[in-house]
Design a protein around this ligand. Structure first.
Ligand SMILES: O=P(O)(O)OC[C@H]1O[C@H](OP(=O)(O)OP(=O)(O)O)[C@H](O)[C@@H]1O
Ligand SMILES: NC(=O)CC[C@H](N)C(=O)O
Ligand code: SF4
Ligand SMILES: [Mg+2]
Length: 477
């Protein structure tokens, strides 16, 4: 599947902030695999390094050593508006009358076209084709119109509609901001003693853990948190009303199992939904097999609840990343074959239950079922620890149009045939929500039920490349 990006930032005078940011991004690699970047601030001087590739491909020791300063903002990208090109890599660095700022964004705007048209009316045009540049322009314009940083950031956020978890560095502070629905996660923590004035912002708590930071709190939906150099405590303020709608897909698939949401790890949540799935859709079988990586905790839960032994029936090549978040279908298809290989001697002659966290396009499960059959499985039953994905996402997961979603096109019996399984069952929406340690109404569940928390206009439905310049037609002869 395709994901949402990873955002990480650190303010820590006297520390190697670029290295800390590098490790934070490393922990958030699962959120975006297309490009990576870090901007380091030393007073009002900024050094920016970004390129296509994984965090470990974009940075090495030499690059990091040159990036000296007291604040860093970093990003790993999974493209949702704008193609997978270096001009769309983040963070973005812009100049204003008050000095430069760097901005990293996770999420996706839904008023992109209006913002672009407004910018054009002001005589300006974007250089990239990502929605993030429109947020940066809004902030630059607000500062240049005379506002101080806090007010300018709030004014820029008020212009944006959609999903945006942001980390911003200005010449003397670091800011974290979430949209009013808090669609994408964002947390902050401290390094060293509380009150020492060293802070970390991360998309997920696993980013705090890797640099030894202690969790303080979520950035609340509709909140702006400022961490200023030399100040012992952050300044928290609200820029819009809070109507929480965290993406439930973060819990199901996107975020890492060791990240904590609502006071527990997602590993625990995913194990619980696996137990619930076994209760809702039991099956007689010899072996439960989880699809690495994110299907494993639910498979363990399924095994515990059903009493069917859990077995390693699929070996994952650890050098292959996530396939769903690859930018093209060809890359996704190739990725699955390279990534997962069944263990023939474990599977042969067995009735197996294959547990995965989700079926989106059906790319993974179809290929896997074929591989299990070739390995000699006697029966293949599929159990999915989320409901059928029937609607596209416009808030930072690239499930493009509805016709790509297998459950939007086919009924469950047809999917069962298409995948070639003996039986197929999905977790109920109630099961998914009741297992969470948070009230059901505080989640976005639009891709499962079409209840979009923010209205999405028709023109957005071809959204990903909407800001790309048209390719000039070449004359022949
Ligand atoms: O139906 P599809 O379109 O194939 O998408 C669903 C699959 O994609 C994801 O895996 P992915 O390989 O991206 O990541 P993972 O290793 O974290 O499971 C997800 O866990 C499913 O296995
Ligand atoms: N997945 C994301 O959060 C992407 C951020 C932004 N919309 C981009 O495409 O660069
Ligand atoms: S539509 Fe689905 S993937 Fe998108 S934010 Fe809502 S729950 Fe998450
Ligand atoms: Mg998977």
């Amino acid at each position: 599947m395709e994901e949402a990006c990873g955002v990480f930032a650190v303010l820590a005078p006297g520390e190697q902030v670029a290295s800390l940011c590098y490790f934070g991004l490393y922990a958030l690699q699962h959120r975006g695999q297309e490009s990576a970047g870090i901007a380091v601030f030393d007073g009002d001087k900024v050094r920016l390094h970004k390129d296509m590739g994984l965090v470990s491909q974009v940075f090495d020791q030499n690059v990091l050593e040159l990036m000296v300063g007291d604040r860093a903002v970093g990003h790993t990208r999974y493209s949702t508006t704008g193609s997978s090109r270096v001009c769309n890599a983040q963070p973005l660095v812009f100049m204003t009358r008050l000095g430069p700022f760097a901005l990293a964004h996770n999420g996706n705007l839904v008023n992109t076209v209006q913002l672009r048209d407004q910018l054009a009316a002001d005589g300006l045009s974007i250089k990239s084709s990502s929605d993030t540049e429109l947020i940066a322009f809004a902030l630059q314009q607000a500062v240049n119109a005379g506002l101080a940083w806090d007010e300018a950031i709030k004014a820029a956020a008020l212009k944006c509609k959609g999903a945006f978890s942001l980390a911003i560095s200005t010449p003397d502070a670091l800011y974290a901001l979430r949209d009013g629905h808090g669609l994408r996660p964002l947390v902050f923590g401290h390094l060293g003693e509380p009150g020492a004035g060293a802070w970390v912002i991360s998309s997920e708590t696993c980013g705090l853990d890797i640099v030894g930071a202690r969790f303080n709190d979520d950035v609340a939906p509709g909140e702006l948190v400022r961490f200023r150099l030399g100040e012992a405590h952050p300044f928290r303020s609200r820029w819009c009303e809070e109507t929480p709608k965290l993406c439930v897909f973060e819990l199901i698939y996107f975020a890492r199992p060791d990240s904590r949401f609502f006071g527990e790890s997602l590993y625990s949540y995913r194990k619980r939904i696996g137990q619930r799935l076994a209760q809702e859709s039991p099956v007689e079988a010899d072996l439960v097999i989880g699809v690495p990586d994110s299907g494993i905790p639910a498979a363990i839960g399924f095994s515990q609840s059903s009493g069917i032994p859990f077995g390693d029936g699929l070996i994952k090549n650890r050098y292959v990343g996530r396939t769903f978040i690859q930018p093209t279908q060809a890359m996704r298809e190739a990725g699955i074959r390279v990534k997962l290989n069944p263990l023939q001697d474990v599977i042969e002659g067995q009735r197996i239950v294959v547990v995965d966290d989700s079926i989106v396009r059906g790319t993974t499960s179809r290929k896997l079922v074929q591989a299990f059959r070739e390995a000699g499985a006697r029966e293949v039953h599929m159990r999915i620890s989320s409901p059928p994905v029937t609607h596209p996402c416009f808030y930072g997961i690239d499930t493009d149009s509805q016709d790509q979603l297998i459950a939007a096109r086919l009924e469950i019996e047809e999917i069962t045939k298409h995948l070639g399984v003996d039986s197929l069952a999905y977790l109920s929406k109630e099961g998914m929500l009741q297992c969470a340690q948070e009230q059901a109404q505080n989640f976005c569940t639009a891709c499962f039920d079409g209840n979009y928390p923010i209205a999405v206009e028709e023109e957005l439905r071809e959204r990903k490349l909407m800001l790309e310049a048209p390719v000039p037609v070449q004359s022949v002869g």
